[in-house]
Structure formats: structure tokens, C-alpha cells
Design a protein around this ligand. Structure first.
Ligand SMILES: Nc1ncnc2c1ncn2[C@@H]1O[C@H](COP(=O)(O)OP(=O)(O)OP(=O)(O)O)[C@@H](O)[C@H]1O
Ligand SMILES: [Mg+2]
Length: 349
């Protein structure tokens, strides 16, 4: 149960302000609401806002991720069960519909509900009542439902995978969150907020700001993971940025990006034909043998320069990781002077 809103909702773009306006109007009503949008667009924060701005704000805000459990466990979590309802049910269990009485029940990942659970939900919306698993008495609860999904429910209903009648009732109104790429004026604003929070977390006094190059990167990337991806990217980039004076110039968009990944991530079926020499083994150790193995020998022609560059990058990355991004220590690990090391970093960007 959450008793206070956990996070701030930031944004000034028109599309986002329109959503906030719609949400303020919906807080006055007791009807079910659907919050839809791509992953990471802030659906859960909007559901919280719907609750905490409503008259129900002193009462529980209960969340349930419908994709997290199988049908039986989910129903037991939602509706509760009596002792002996199924193997392992030793005591009566109060479900989330009961616990949310007077407040809001947030059903996340709603599209994954089974047909049977959809029927029970429909009954609750129609009559405000349900039964515990293994129970015979009807229980009433005063709950406002807020559902969320990143799936297009009307298409799912057309494909007979979601009940049309349930959808009609759940979707009294639908709040559709815009993807981050459609909120251009919010990207840098949000990025700065996340960067400043990360600096605080790291005990750094100031955030040195984003360079114009970094702002360009922020604004041109399409952010498929939306605000969650932006938050992670900014936090990672701030953490990796080791200067208290220079502006952050380059974003670390892909945490998996590594020359080590490039040398070990080829489709197995084509390995014999296409893979480059495995200069780095899966355990990260450099190979020392000269080909006296069972592996297929190198197929020429190869591009020697790019292979050597990949190998250099792999070693630089490993040294940096081992030295926790301390560049002086990384240089020592590679028997290089600090300037030589910086030279290599620059060469490989
Ligand atoms: N307007 C906003 N201002 C600040 N932070 C935000 C905003 N919207 C979302 N966030 C942050 O982005 C992250 C993702 O938000 P949230 O979990 O609400 O998204 P979601 O749409 O429910 O994602 P998913 O579909 O993956 O469940 C969270 O860390 C949240 O705090
Ligand atoms: Mg969510």
C-alpha cells in the first residue's frame, strides 16, 4: 500500500499538460479509468496522481501487476481466499479488492488477464461485489479501478483476447500518455532533473551541465523506453562522467555497448563462416594460444585494422570497468601513461 505519492511528475510540453488537465478532471469522478501509453511513459505515476488528487486520497492506493502471477494466484491476490481453498491455503487471505476499500485499486498490465479473471472483474464492476476463492459469501467493496497497459486493448478485443464488454466498462475514459519523443521540450528538462538527483546521490556538489553535443543527442534519439530509459541513461552517463568542471559531452545510451560484446555476440549458426577471431574469451581473458584449438581457423580476408581497434577497445573497456572508471588506475592496468591512455580513449571516442 502506498500512502503518499512517491515521485514528482515533471513536464511542460503541451501534450503532457493536456494529460494533467484531463487527469484533474477525472479525479472528481468515481468511474474506472484506463491509462495507456508506451512502456516507461509514466502510467503508474498518473495512476497515483488520479488517486492522490481524489477524495479517496486518505484511503489505500493498492497496486497489482496482473502479469506477475498465474491465474489462480492472481485471483487469490485480487479477491482473497478462504482457508483450504487450494493446496497451501492454510489461512484466510484478504484480497486486494478488500484492502483497497474506500480507495483505489491500480491494475497494471491489464491486457494479460485470463478470460476467467476478466469475468470476475466484470462482475465486480457491474455489482461492486466478489467472492473469496473457496468462499460462498458475497463481499462488497467500494473501490475505484484504474487500469494500465501498453497494449492496444481494442485490437486485443477484436482478436477475441479481451472482453469487449469489460473494455467498455473499464474505459469510461482513457488517458493516453504521449511518448517522450513527442515531448521535445521536456527531454532536456527531465534529463537535468535526473542528472541533478544523481549528482546528489553520488555526493557531488554540482552537476556540470550538458554540452550542446549532449543536448543534441538527447533531442535526436527516439527514446523507445521513454522516461525510464532517459532516467537510466542520464544516471549512467552522470555516474561515468568523471569531471567536476567539464560539461557532460556524451551520453551512454546503451549499457551493453562494448567491444567485448561485439566479439562474442555473433549468431552461432554462422560462426564458422563469419566470426572474427575470438581475441577475448567469454570469461574476459585474452587468448594466449596460437590456434592450437578445436575451433575453425580464421577465414581470410579480414580487416586487420578494425580487428585490432576492436581488441584495443575491449581492453580499454575492461580496464576501465576493473578500475571503476578511474582513468589513472586504468592507465596503470594497461602499463600506459595517463596521457597515452587519454589518447587511446580519444581515438576510440
Ligand atoms: N513526468 C515525469 N516526471 C518525472 N519522472 C517521471 C515522469 N513520468 C515517468 N517518470 C519516471 O519514469 C519511470 C517510468 O515511469 P512509470 O513506471 O510510471 O512508467 P510506466 O508507463 O508505468 O512504465 P511500464 O509500461 O514499463 O510499466 C519512473 O522512474 C518514473 O518515476
Ligand atoms: Mg508501469
Amino acid at each position: 500500500m502506498t500512502t503518499t505519492p512517491t515521485k514528482q511528475l515533471l513536464g511542460e510540453s503541451n501534450s503532457f499538460l493536456e494529460v494533467l488537465e484531463q487527469v484533474s478532471q477525472l479525479t472528481q469522478l468515481n468511474r474506472p479509468v484506463l491509462v495507456v501509453g508506451e512502456r516507461g511513459t509514466g502510467k503508474e505515476l498518473i495512476a497515483e496522481r488520479l488517486h492522490f488528487l481524489s477524495d479517496r486520497w486518505r484511503k489505500p492506493f493498492i497496486k497489482m501487476n496482473c502479469a506477475a502471477l498465474n491465474e489462480e494466484l492472481l485471483e487469490s491476490e485480487l479477491f482473497g481466499h478462504e482457508a483450504g481453498a487450494f493446496t497451501g491455503a492454510t489461512r484466510r487471505h484478504q484480497g486486494r479488492f478488500e484492502r483497497a476499500d474506500g480507495g483505489t485499486l491500480f491494475l497494471d498490465e491489464l491486457a494479460t488477464l485470463s478470460t476467467r479473471t476478466q469475468e470476475k472483474l466484470l462482475r465486480f464492476i457491474e455489482y461492486g461485489e466478489f467472492e473469496r476463492l473457496g468462499g460462498s459469501g458475497v463481499i462488497k467493496s467500494d473501490v475505484r479501478l484504474v487500469g494500465a497497459t501498453n497494449v492496444d486493448l481494442p485490437s486485443l478485443a477484436d482478436a477475441n483476447k479481451f472482453r469487449h464488454d469489460l473494455l467498455d466498462r473499464l474505459a469510461f475514459d482513457v488517458v493516453t500518455l504521449p511518448p517522450l519523443r513527442e515531448r521535445q521540450t521536456d527531454i532536456v528538462l527531465l534529463a537535468e532533473h535526473f542528472a541533478i538527483s544523481m549528482c546528489k546521490e553520488l555526493g557531488r556538489e554540482l552537476f556540470t551541465g550538458f554540452s550542446s553535443n549532449a543536448c543534441k543527442q538527447l533531442n535526436s534519439y527516439h527514446w523507445p523506453g521513454n522516461i525510464r530509459e532517459l532516467k537510466n541513461t542520464v544516471e549512467r552517463s552522470v555516474y561515468r562522467h568523471n569531471s567536476d568542471t567539464e560539461a557532460l559531452d556524451s551520453l551512454s545510451l546503451d549499457p551493453f555497448e562494448s567491444p567485448y560484446r561485439l566479439t562474442s555476440n555473433y549468431p552461432p549458426a554462422d560462426t564458422a563462416q563469419q566470426s572474427p577471431p575470438n581475441l577475448v574469451e567469454s570469461n574476459g581473458k585474452q587468448k594466449l594460444d596460437d590456434g592450437d584449438t578445436d575451433e575453425t581457423p580464421e577465414q581470410f580476408p579480414i580487416d586487420l585494422k578494425s580487428r585490432v581497434a576492436e581488441f584495443e577497445k575491449a581492453l580499454l573497456t575492461r580496464a576501465l570497468m576493473q578500475a571503476k572508471h578511474n582513468q589513472k588506475k586504468s592507465a596503470e592496468l594497461l602499463s600506459l601513461s595517463y596521457d597515452q591512455f587519454r589518447g587511446y580513449l580519444k581515438k576510440h571516442k
